[in-house]
Design a protein around this ligand. Structure first.
Ligand code: NAP
Ligand code: MG
Length: 403
């Protein structure tokens, strides 16, 4: 059988520890036998980031801008322990943070749903995709503890030196705390565009919610910008695609989400997204089944798994022991990227391959063959726990029949 051809390279960002092992297995067992894989390779493993003073991370993000689609392996974000372990020159920043800053993107996280693993909210039969606005608000705040008898104001000085003041609180009765935070119209607009683009891409509704009844200027600005961007550039496209943009108050959104069947994108302000993404991920069962894609407002895509490098399993692997590490989210990062590449380059065969590989993966789990983390959750009667490599081989047995 002739291999499926690609025209434009995919930006490939390799990573660390157990996910780096899985990365190679996925390519060897499931991709290169079928696809004449064309990638521009960047080694984001910590050793090479250190060797290049982290330039490789910046280069990989620039390449993603150039080609439009990337697939990324999980990477170590250095901390004090990693400084010694890898003898680092510096405590390099999180690669995801660096890439996100360059692409100005929004991260969309979606659970992969399989029969036998019931969400804690059983009515969630379709995935809920969380989009978190990863800029500003309380994450870039300034706060102070203030003594009794202080008067606290917000002061804004414009370019001509004029001051506008507004009282926060006059602390006559007690000491207390104050906080100042900001967001930018530009960032909120980028966030709105990323959400609407991703909705068109995946044919799903967008829900957005803030507390605009209480926060009449700050949160209201989010509501207004979303509404303006939608009216101006997306309303007609949404109508044509048969999808909706729905705005409500955050309290109402939470109540509706719990009662829903899923199947939409939930756009969240920074703090709401931080909290709700953990709630949604837990409710669906396993972090190892959560995919993640960074979408820039101008339509550049970077696919990855939501989990980390699974360090504990890697140390087992180094000792020569078999591990049962779940490769599904990393595998779906590859299928997402290949499908998007196929769509942009008009390669139906490549898109079809991505569909088949996802189908073979889900079929494998639903037929009872799975890694340990899923076996612990699955309600299937005849299940078989397999090791990391055996799972991929089992997927390939099914994939081969579909090709
Ligand atoms: P982690 O790698 O996500 O793993 C935490 C635990 O979750 C694992 O020990 C394992 O539990 C379970 N788990 C996660 N993914 C799994 C999988 N695919 N299959 C089976 N079990 C899985 O998080 P971490 O241990 O906190 O972080 C390790 C490294 O990853 C850190 O250096 C961190 O900086 C990095 N990280 C990178 C990214 C990214 O690149 N996007 C994201 C998060 C963390 P058991 O040990 O109980 O089996
Ligand atoms: Mg969180």
């Amino acid at each position: 059988m002739a291999k499926i051809q690609m025209t434009t390279p995919l930006v490939e960002m390799d990573g660390d520890e157990m996910t780096r092992i899985i990365w190679k297995m996925i390519k060897d067992i499931l991709l290169t036998p079928y696809v004449d894989l064309k990638t521009e390779y960047y080694d984001l493993g910590l050793e090479y980031r250190n060797e290049t003073d982290d330039k490789v991370t910046v280069d990989s993000a620039e390449a993603t801008k150039k080609y439009g689609v990337a697939v990324k392996c999980a990477t170590i974000t250095p901390n004090a322990a990693r400084m010694t372990e890898y003898n680092l020159k510096e405590m390099w920043k999180s690669p995801n943070g660096t890439i996100r800053a360059i692409l100005d993107g929004t991260v969309f996280r979606t659970p992969i749903i399989v029969k036998g693993i019931t969400p804690y909210i059983p009515t969630w039969t379709k995935p809920i995709t969380i989009a978190r606005h990863a800029y500003g608000d309380v994450y870039k705040n300034t706060e102070m503890q203030v003594p009794k008898d202080s008067k606290c104001e917000i002061v804004c000085t414009d370019k001509d030196g004029n001051e506008t003041r507004s009282l926060i609180y006059d602390f006559k009765d007690s000491a207390g705390v104050i906080q100042g935070m900001h967001n930018k119209d530009k960032s909120i607009e980028s966030f709105a565009r990323s959400c609407f683009n991703f909705a068109l891409d995946t044919k799903q509704d967008v829900w957005f919610a803030t507390k605009d009844t209480i926060s009449k200027k700050y949160d209201h600005r989010f509501k207004d910008i979303f509404a303006e961007v939608f009216e101006k550039d997306y309303k007609e496209k949404f109508e044509a695609a048969g999808i909706e943009y729905f705005y409500t108050l955050i309290d109402d959104a939470v109540a509706r989400v719990v009662r829903s069947n899923g199947g939409y994108i939930w756009a969240c302000k920074n703090y709401d997204g931080d909290v709700m993404s953990d709630m949604v991920a837990t409710a669906y069962g396993s972090l190892a089944m959560m995919t993640s894609v960074l979408v820039s407002p101008d339509g550049v895509y970077e696919y990855e798994a939501a989990h980390g490098t699974v360090q504990r399993h890697y140390y087992k692997h180094l000792k020569g022991e078999k591990t049962s590490t779940n490769s599904v989210a990393t595998l779906f990062a590859w299928t997402g990227a290949l499908r998007k590449r196929g769509e942009l380059d008009n390669l139906p065969e490549l898109m079809g391959f991505a569909d088949k590989l996802e189908k073979a993966t889900i079929q494998t789990i639903e037929e009872g063959v799975m890694t340990g983390d899923l076996a612990a959750l699955s309600t299937l009667e005849n299940k078989q726990t397999v090791d990391t490599e055996a799972f991929l081989v089992a997927v390939n047995e099914r994939l081969a029949k579909m090709m």
